[in-house]
Structures are given as structure tokens and as C-alpha cells.
Design a protein around this ligand. Structure first.
Ligand SMILES: [Ca+2]
Ligand SMILES: [Ca+2]
Ligand SMILES: [Ca+2]
Length: 273
């Protein structure tokens, strides 16, 4: 028997699903695909959204046809693009980082089979474009596969996952960069490193974006001493930690959240006094 409470719940679910669809569509205009392209996919905005590791097939129907595909990793990945020409035509391909001002990652001609490997940042949209100037119903198969990239990288402002170990630390390009990051779940840990460009008194400031129970430390990797270590004890307020920096010393910053965490954002910055 469906009572009023049930109907209320069902209509709430439908409303939420509708809002989620609207929200997704506001980010990506294209449609998700599985094993087959869906036309029209002739612009970046109409790119077919592909699934990692799922091969798909397509065809260039004439010399005006272009096929765009899109994938956005939620953490830094090593990606492998595989392309197989199915009927002896020469195709042209372009791999683009749309988020990084349409930076061209790879491009070239393909007849036969190619694989291309490249690293890709979290939350950057990877666009793959296929065309063929001599194509007429030219068929191809392709796939994009990938795995988490376990490498340290240099960052300017935003953290780059995976940074959960000392080896995969995010290195700050400058000691006073303002870094924004998040603890995405209770298993997330974030490692950063900066180098003091001069000696003197500085303030390390931690800005919590929520009232989560943040734990963090700042550690001098040369003297092996903690500048600060402990829970954020300021109840959601910024924490200012004065310290005497030593020129060229490397400082490790570690952040996590004690207990449950759901995309708990935070910022930090080292200020020169
Ligand atoms: Ca197309
Ligand atoms: Ca994180
Ligand atoms: Ca992390």
C-alpha cells in the first residue's frame, strides 16, 4: 500500500534526479556512451562522454564529419589512448586538455593501430578529436584506459591527487603559494612540500573550509622538527602558526580529517612577515 509519505518520498527522489540531470547537463552538453559513438558529436560541447577502459567504435561518414569524445578524471591519471583503423583509411587525431586552455597533448595521422600514453590532471577535461580528410564511412575502434598516477608534481594553487604518500607529494612552485585542497573522504590524506626562499619569521596559516576535525602538521625535513603538529583547535577558524624559517629548508605539510569526511575543503598559505 502506497501512503502519502511514500508518494512524498518518491516525488522528492524524482525531483532530486531531475536536478542531478540538469546539473550534469550544465557541465557537459554531450551524452555518455558505452560501445558506440552517438551523433551528433561534431563539437567539443557535443562530445560523447566515454567511460574509462570501455572500447567504443565510430565512423567518419564524410570529409565534413568530426567526432569528439570527452573524459574527465577525478584524480591525476596515466592515460592510454588506443586507436584501431578498421578499413585502411588514414585518420587524424588530436588529444587536447580543454581545461588547460586547449593545450595540445598529442596529434598525428593514423593508419593501422596506435597507442599514446600521457599524464592527465584531476578535473581536467580530456578531449579526443577524430577526423579523416579522405574518409567516407570510415570505421574505427578506440579506447581510453588509465590508472592512478603515483608521481610527485609541482602545483601553483590547487592540489593534485594522488598525493597520499610522501613519494607522491605535491611540490609548491613558490613557498607563498595559496593552496586550495580538500579531504575527499575519510581515507584521503594530502602531502605537500615547500622550500623557504629566505630565512626569517613567517606565518603558516591554515584556513578550514568546514568545521571538520582537521589534523595537520608542518615539518622541517632538514632539522626533523615539527613547526606544528595537532588538531585544528580553533573551531572552524583560521589557525596562524608563527615560525622561524631557514633558507632552503624543505617543509612538509600533511593534512587529514579525523573521523568521517566528505569533500572537506581547506586552504593554506605561508606568509612572509
Ligand atoms: Ca561526428
Ligand atoms: Ca585531497
Ligand atoms: Ca590526497
Amino acid at each position: 500500500m502506497i501512503n502519502k509519505k511514500c508518494i512524498k518520498r518518491i516525488s522528492l527522489c524524482i525531483t532530486m534526479m531531475f536536478l542531478m540531470v540538469c546539473f550534469n547537463n550544465s557541465i557537459y552538453a554531450g551524452v555518455p556512451i558505452y560501445n558506440q559513438e552517438i551523433e551528433p558529436n561534431n563539437t567539443r560541447d557535443d562530445a560523447n562522454i566515454i567511460q574509462l577502459g570501455q572500447p567504443f567504435s565510430g565512423q567518419i561518414s564524410d570529409s565534413n564529419d568530426v567526432d569528439y569524445f570527452s573524459y574527465t578524471p577525478d584524480e591525476r591519471k596515466k592515460l592510454t589512448f588506443l586507436f584501431i583503423d578498421q578499413d585502411g583509411t588514414t585518420f587524424n587525431y588530436y588529444i587536447i586538455d580543454r581545461t588547460d586552455d586547449n593545450k595540445l597533448i598529442h596529434y598525428g595521422d593514423i593508419s593501422g593501430t596506435i597507442t599514446k600514453e600521457f599524464s592527465f590532471e584531476a578535473d581536467h577535461e580530456c578531449i579526443i578529436m577524430i577526423k579523416s580528410s579522405n574518409g567516407n564511412n570510415s570505421r574505427y575502434e578506440a579506447s581510453l584506459s588509465g590508472e592512478t598516477s603515483y608521481e610527485s608534481v609541482t602545483i601553483d594553487s590547487k592540489e593534485s591527487e594522488f598525493n597520499n604518500t610522501i613519494e607522491c607529494v605535491n611540490k609548491l612552485s613558490t613557498e607563498d603559494a595559496l593552496i586550495s585542497a580538500k579531504i575527499s573522504d575519510s581515507n584521503d590524506e594530502d602531502y605537500f612540500m615547500f622550500t623557504a626562499k629566505n630565512s626569517g619569521s613567517k606565518n603558516f596559516v591554515f584556513y578550514p573550509g568546514s568545521d571538520a576535525n582537521f589534523y595537520f602538521f608542518v615539518y622541517d625535513m632538514i632539522t626533523h622538527q615539527y613547526v606544528y603538529e595537532g588538531y585544528l583547535d580553533t573551531l572552524g577558524q583560521s589557525k596562524v602558526i608563527p615560525f622561524n624559517a631557514q633558507q632552503y629548508h624543505h617543509y612538509r605539510v600533511y593534512v587529514t580529517v579525523n573521523g568521517s569526511a566528505d569533500n572537506e575543503s581547506y586552504h593554506f598559505k605561508c606568509w612572509n612577515n
